[in-house]
Structure formats: C-alpha cells, structure tokens
Design a protein around this ligand. Structure first.
Ligand code: NAP
Length: 257
C-alpha cells in the first residue's frame, strides 16, 4: 500500500516547516519532489536533506506565490523540471498576528494574497499537468484555526484558512471529471520555525491543551498528505482531515484529564 515511488509532487512552502515535512515523507518514498519558497538559501538547504532522505529527484524553484504571474511561472518551471505533475501540495502560508483593533488594510491584503490568492493561482497553474497525469491530487494545508477554532490575533488568518475550504468544495466538483481530487489537511499546532517564533510560553500553553500531550511534527502532516496522495485514497475528494493530536476535542479545560 501507499507506493509513492513513481509520484511527481510539488510542495509550495517546501523549504521549511510543514512543507518540508510533507516533502520529506514523499522523498523517503522515493518520489520526484519539487519545493518552492522565496528564500533560495533555504531551498538549497532543504533540497540537500531531501536528496539524503531518498528523493529520486529534487527540484527547487524560488518566488512569491501571491501574484498570479509569479505563481504561474513557479509552477510551470517545477512541472517542466519534474517532467509532469501528479500531486500538488498547496501549503505555503503565513500567520502574522494582528488584533481586529490594530489590523491594517495592508495586513489583510498580505494574508489574503499569500494564503488565498496564492492557493488559487497555484492550483490553476497546475491544472494542465494534473489533468495529463490521470491521477491528479491537490492537497491544501488549511488549519483548525478558522474552520473550527479561533484565537485572538488571528481573525484575518482564520478567514483565509476557512476560505481554502470553501474553495476546495467547488474545485473538487469542477475537477472530478479529470479524475483530480482536492482535499485539505487541517493541522493543529505543529512545531515549525514559524510556530517557534511565537515564543516558548505560547508553545507550552498550547501543548497543555492537546489530549495527546505534544505539538505535532511536520512529518505528522506529511503522512496525512501521503495518504491523500496514494492511489488507495483516489475515491476521497472534497474532504478535510484534522491532524491535531485531539486538540479540538475538549469542551473546556476541565475536560482534559
Ligand atoms: P513556516 O515554517 O513559516 O514555513 C512557511 C513556508 O512558506 C516557507 O517555506 C516559506 O518560505 C513559504 N512562504 C511564505 N510566504 C511565501 C510567499 N509569499 N511565497 C512563496 N512561499 C512563501 O510555516 P509553517 O508553520 O510550516 O506553515 C505552513 C502552512 O501550514 C501554512 O499554510 C500555515 O497556515 C499552515 N499551518 C501551520 C500550522 C502550525 O502549527 N505550524 C498549523 C496549522 C496550519 P519563504 O519565507 O522563503 O518564502
């Protein structure tokens, strides 16, 4: 089961964090892996690790996904280098903090640009190659924040992560005739460079709210992506999979044993 050795996968935001965790799981399976991000230095470091992990080929493409022109050229360059595309993991995203009182128009435009426009443009650009694949998969990295939970300072972020789910339900219907499935993973708190920036107090507080007693690892999200990318998951589309150590389950702090 879950033979991904012949898969060509593109992971946006694959230079670190959850994206690198996803790319690493595919690399270990022997897949051809393309990763994208803005920082060329981070991409090169990540690519070295993916080769060591067992990827049969590693491609890096740098650029900002928040404009259509760049997102399109990033995807087209990656597809050309991979020789086609079977799986798109639209994962790149940002989560800057701003309360409603302090939030500026620029704050809102920036987060919508990367998290929503970036997702839409990336998927659009990948469609011709995914159609050709005959077993195309789109896997979005959404979040529990927005679709299920809330946290002060992240209302604009939550809006973007819920928007991804609204997008995927119609995209799944539109792309079904081409046998392309579209699903989302909703991570809880996963220990990435981005999350670590929030500080140790935040990380400790969050850990206490998770029934399984630990923050997630980037690879935890990678295993879910590998499942959704597998041939065996080919009949699943338009769905979201929560991977959060049970974090959304307790009704109150008292519910935690
Ligand atoms: P991270 O460690 O900060 O990594 C973000 C990745 O996205 C990096 O590769 C970054 O590279 C790239 N990126 C950021 N802005 C970009 C842009 N404008 N254009 C192209 N690439 C860009 O973040 P993470 O924690 O792994 O989060 C990844 C995804 O998971 C996001 O969609 C986030 O919303 C979601 N998520 C995270 C958590 C969590 O607990 N960590 C929980 C739920 C959901 P460059 O900076 O070099 O561009």
């Amino acid at each position: 089961m879950f033979d991904l050795s012949d898969v060509r996968v593109l992971v946006t935001g694959g230079s670190k964090g959850i994206g690198l965790g996803i790319a690493t799981v595919f690399a270990r399976a022997g897949a051809k892996v393309a990763i994208t991000a803005r920082s060329v230095a981070d991409l090169h470091t990540a690519a070295d690790g993916l080769r060591e992990a067992g990827a049969s080929e590693v491609v890096t493409v740098s650029g900002d996904i928040s404009t259509r022109a760049t997102a399109t050229s990033i995807v087209q360059d990656a597809v050309a280098a991979l020789g086609g595309l079977d799986v798109l993991c639209a994962n790149a995203g940002i989560f800057p903090e701003a309360t409603l009182k302090e939030m500026t128009e620029e704050n809102v435009d920036q987060i919508l640009g990367v998290n929503v426009k970036g997702t839409v443009f990336t998927v659009q650009a990948a469609l011709p190659a995914l159609e050709k694949s005959g077993r195309g998969r789109v896997i979005l990295t959404s979040s529990i924040t927005g679709p299920i939970t809330g946290y002060p300072g992240w209302s604009h972020y939550g809006a973007t992560k819920a928007a991804q789910l609204g997008f995927l339900r119609t995209a799944a219907i539109e792309l079904a005739p081409a046998r392309i499935t579209v699903n989302a993973i909703l991570p809880g708190n996963v220990l990435t460079e981005g999350l670590a920036d929030m500080g140790q107090d935040y990380l400790d507080g969050m850990t206490k709210t998770i029934p399984l007693g630990a923050l997630g690892t980037p690879e935890d999200i990678g295993y879910a992506a590998a499942f959704l990318a597998s041939r065996e998951a080919g009949y699943i589309t338009g769905q979201s999979l929560v991977v959060d150590g049970g974090q959304i389950l307790p009704e109150s702090p008292e519910a935690m044993a």
